[in-house]
Design a protein around this ligand. Structure first.
Ligand code: SF4
Length: 403
């Protein structure tokens, strides 16, 4: 078993990393990033060789020129060289709401991934324009639920049950705008990792079954917390051809209360029971806290689980001297370690790869979109079609109405 990574101040970012695909979470010039070949290549060559210091200087200048015309949002999983510019940091929904409440900012630069920028565009005022610094910053979980696959599954479910009136579709925030619209059109709702319990309760008040996508783990963990047994949860394999009922027997579907899409987060699915056992052996007093996108057995073995906001609050409120092992993305864990020098904070996973798609928002892209705005050019704008926006808003508003 590899040694657990312990992040201790003052500089938790200097730890040796063991990830195959990255040399660290410190910023290298774009041309030296191993994965640059698969990132957005349209960025002008003048940005390719700039180091972190020069990029910081240029972004700062653009920021000062644009003033309150621009708001920069930074998701918790962004690197420090991006977060330092964020007017607000948080989870995807909180950030989209924050920008919508600042109408003086005509440009919303969303340092996160594609579905987050779409959500910001759905909630933004008509004059606000949303920009994603790197268009290749997607989310592998969101990509596991495509609009045609979900609609085909819905049709199959309708055929099997003789209608879909008793099935409530619930999409996690981490999904394409078109799927939020699908939920809006079909009596469904959106959830976040903070409110999934309330959302499932809402859904069960309206139907016999919930069709939950794209994250099976959040759906399973939330269902379990509400008393739904594992054999009342059916797992829909979207990789199978249409007509195969997602690989389910009719009987499994008939007794199901939740039909879970077989999607997952590649970052959170890495956390394991073995890591928790190793952490407890090394730090017997440690509290283990994980994100609900982790596997069921991991969540069951943890002391607490919750959203990124919950994890940040848990750490901030823990007494000095606490030892806390965390199962979530490394940039957030590193930041929490740095900001809580009186506590020992460590990541459960010794191989600390960042979320590879969040990582695509390299400061060179932020410099490019900001300097373009200074010249009056909008690059990498995210535009959700009006009709999609309309229906997606319905599903988001149902969620917002839950107190
Ligand atoms: S951490 Fe997971 S769910 Fe979040 S953006 Fe990365 S891949 Fe998607």
């Amino acid at each position: 078993m590899a040694e657990l990574l312990t992040l201790t101040p003052p500089n938790p970012f200097d730890v040796a990393l063991q990830c195959e695909t990255d040399t660290g979470i410190a910023t290298l010039p774009l041309s030296q990033e191993l994965s640059f070949g698969s990132w957005q290549r349209g960025i002008p060559a003048e940005y390719w060789e700039l180091d972190a210091e020069e990029l910081t200087r240029r972004i700062r200048m653009a920021r000062a020129t644009l003033g309150s015309r621009v708001v920069i949002l930074g998701h918790h999983y962004q690197r420090e060289d991006i977060i330092q510019f964020a007017d607000e940091r948080g989870d995807s929904f909180a950030l989209a709401q924050y920008a919508a409440e600042r109408p003086e900012s005509e440009y919303i630069v969303f340092c996160g991934v594609h579905f987050m920028a779409e959500a910001a565009d759905i909630l933004a005022a008509p004059h606000q324009r949303v920009i994603l610094p790197n268009l290749e910053a997607g989310c592998s979980m969101a990509d596991m639920a495509s609009d045609p696959d979900v609609r085909a599954a819905w049709a199959e479910l309708g055929e099997h049950f003789g209608g879909t009136e008793d099935i409530i579709p619930v999409t996690y925030m981490n999904s394409a705008a078109s799927l939020k619209a699908f939920c809006g059109e079909n009596g469904g709702i959106v959830c976040t990792s903070s409110n999934a319990t309330k959302v499932l309760q809402w859904a069960f008040e309206r139907g016999k079954r919930v069709f939950f996508f794209p994250d099976q783990h959040l759906g399973r963990n939330t269902g379990h917390a509400l008393g739904v047994t594992l054999d009342q949860m059916a797992l829909w394999n979207w990789r199978l051809p249409n007509g195969r009922l997602g690989g389910l027997e009719g009987e499994a579907l008939d007794r199901s209360r939740i039909i879970l899409w077989q999607g997952h987060c590649s970052v959170h699915q890495r956390f394991s029971l073995t890591q928790i056992e190793a952490a407890r052996a090394k730090y017997p007093t440690a509290k283990i806290i994980v994100h609900p996108e982790c596997r069921y057995d991991v969540v069951q073995a943890a002391d607490a689980n919750g959203s990124t906001a919950f994890i940040a609050k848990y750490v901030a409120e823990a007494p000095a001297g606490s030892v806390i092992g965390i199962g979530t993305e490394i940039n957030l864990v590193s930041r929490l370690a740095h900001e809580n020098p009186d506590k020992t904070i460590f990541c459960l996973d010794p191989v600390v790869c960042p979320c590879s798609t969040m990582y695509r928002v390299h400061p060179a892209y932020l410099a490019w979109v900001m300097e373009s705005l200074v010249r009056g050019e909008v690059v990498n704008e995210i535009n959700v079609p009006d009709e999609t926006k309309l229906h997606a808003r319905v599903a988001l508003e149902r969620m917002l109405a839950l107190k």
